[in-house]
Design a protein around this ligand. Structure first.
Ligand code: AMP
Length: 419
């Protein structure tokens, strides 16, 4: 009998979590723990350090947040609420968006126990962050942790390790075990238990993956065809460059497809603004660079389209991991043109399978050619026009104008304040 068949389905209570947290999971609609949660939580509750290898969407935030909250509640009950520990846990993660999402999960899980959480990230007013710290939060979340793994930042990492208590629990979670992560493991963990919730580069079974060989000149046309065929779905369209996200968003808008771009070039406030439009359903197509392939918590994406094939095949795994999450089904379609073939073959090698072709009649697809070509011409003109305005105004912010035109607004962008 296969190992998995022998396993009975576990509940959050079976994992040893206290009633408050079992209730919190229930109120979030988390019916049963995910694989990484089943494997990680009991070890963490025993006081072990952990290394967890799990993909985006596997529930890994819960896998480390729940034991932290459990330990916090235990120390509350031992020491009484007044002397309850502040600065109980520090979470380091790579991006600002991820920091915010992790904090949101902590707050959701801790809403019944008055949990205080502070997010300290780059690009936010320092006073605001001091006030957040002054409220003596239980959990602090910091961004840009991946930079700490670069050699230049070794000293910064040492500084952090020197000021946090030696007697502590450390959990290290990553989608892949890279050399840098291994190094960090040696530096900070004591006798960790290693948990792997999925084989290194596998994709989940509920994900339907397809490819389509197309001539580069028909790429936009195929994209529009697929998005139109799947118009009731939420989709993420991945491009290689920030400029391409904007041009594509313009083209799609022109064709009445509710698209919104997100890229690393946008300010933090605008990235969150775009993400919120997508999350709220106001836009159902998110045109993005790989900035959105990792970490961002975007629920229920039905389809991922690789408009540009990733040059690094591991990015493919991250991108398609945005769909078919937590047991749901999803589709990933890769548009492969004559220049991408090499990269596409590397992806098939990495995932260890040949994918089926996306079925479409080329004549049907090409019915869109005329309108797509016109939409592209108009979009390029509009982008040029906005660029021209920028020159006339003498170095004003072109990106600002383009994003405003696309309806991407930020709440408090420093860039907006002009004298
Ligand atoms: P993560 O891998 O931590 O980014 O989590 C991905 C998504 O899965 C988040 O939206 C979580 O709210 C959700 N999630 C985490 N654990 C569970 C669970 N046990 N059951 C259902 N959804 C979950």
């Amino acid at each position: 009998m296969a190992e998995e068949e022998k396993e009975e389905i576990k509940s959050f209570k079976d994992l040893g979590l206290c009633d408050e947290l079992v209730e919190a999971c229930d109120s979030l609609g988390w019916k049963t723990p995910t694989k990484i949660q089943v494997e990680a939580i009991p070890h963490a509750l025993e006081g072990k350090d952990l290394i967890g290898l799990a993909q985006t969407g596997s529930g890994k935030t819960g896998a480390f947040a729940l034991p932290i909250l459990h330990a916090l509640l235990e120390s509350h009950s031992k020491q009484g609420y007044k002397s309850a520990p502040v600065f109980f846990a520090l979470v380091l993660c790579p991006t600002r968006e991820l920091a915010i999402q992790i904090a949101e999960q902590f707050e959701a899980l801790g809403s019944g126990i008055s949990l205080k959480c502070a997010v300290l990230v780059g690009g936010v007013d320092i006073m605001q962050q001091q006030i957040a710290l002054g409220k003596r939060p239980h959990v602090i979340v910091l961004d840009e942790a991946d930079r700490l793994l670069n050699e230049d930042f070794e000293k910064a990492l040492d500084d952090i390790l020197n000021v946090i208590p030696r007697d502590r629990y450390t959990y290290l979670f990553s989608a892949t075990m890279t050399k840098k992560v291994k190094k960090l493991q040696r530096a900070c963990l004591r006798n960790p238990v290693k948990i792997e919730a999925a084989s290194k580069y596998s994709t989940v079974d509920t994900l339907k993956q397809q490819y389509r060989f197309i001539p580069a000149k028909y790429k936009d046309c195929y994209l529009v065809y697929i998005l139109t065929e799947m118009s009731g779905c939420t989709s993420m369209v991945f491009t290689r460059t920030c400029d391409a996200t904007r041009l594509l968003a313009f083209i799609l808008r022109n064709l009445n497809i509710r698209a919104i771009p997100i890229s690393g070039q946008m300010t933090q406030a605008k990235r969150l603004g775009a993400l919120n439009k997508f999350k709220s359903g106001e836009c159902n197509v998110l045109v993005c660079t790989d900035v959105a392939s990792r970490g961002l918590d975007i629920p229920s994406v039905d389809m991922v389209i690789n408009y540009d094939i990733p040059t690094n095949s591991k990015d493919y795994i991250h991108r398609v991991g945005r769909t078919a999450r937590a047991g749901r089904s999803g589709v990933a379609i890769s548009l492969v043109n004559q220049y991408d073939l090499e990269w596409y073959l590397q992806i098939e090698k990495l995932i260890g399978k040949k994918l089926p072709e996306y079925p479409a009649q080329e004549e049907e697809v090409l019915q869109y050619l005329e309108s797509v070509t016109e939409a592209k011409r108009l979009s390029q003109m509009k982008l040029k026009e906005i660029g021209g305005t920028k020159k006339r105004r003498g170095g004003d912010d072109e990106d600002e104008d383009i994003e405003r035109y696309l309806g991407v607004k930020g709440k408090s962008s420093k860039k907006v304040k002009r004298k």
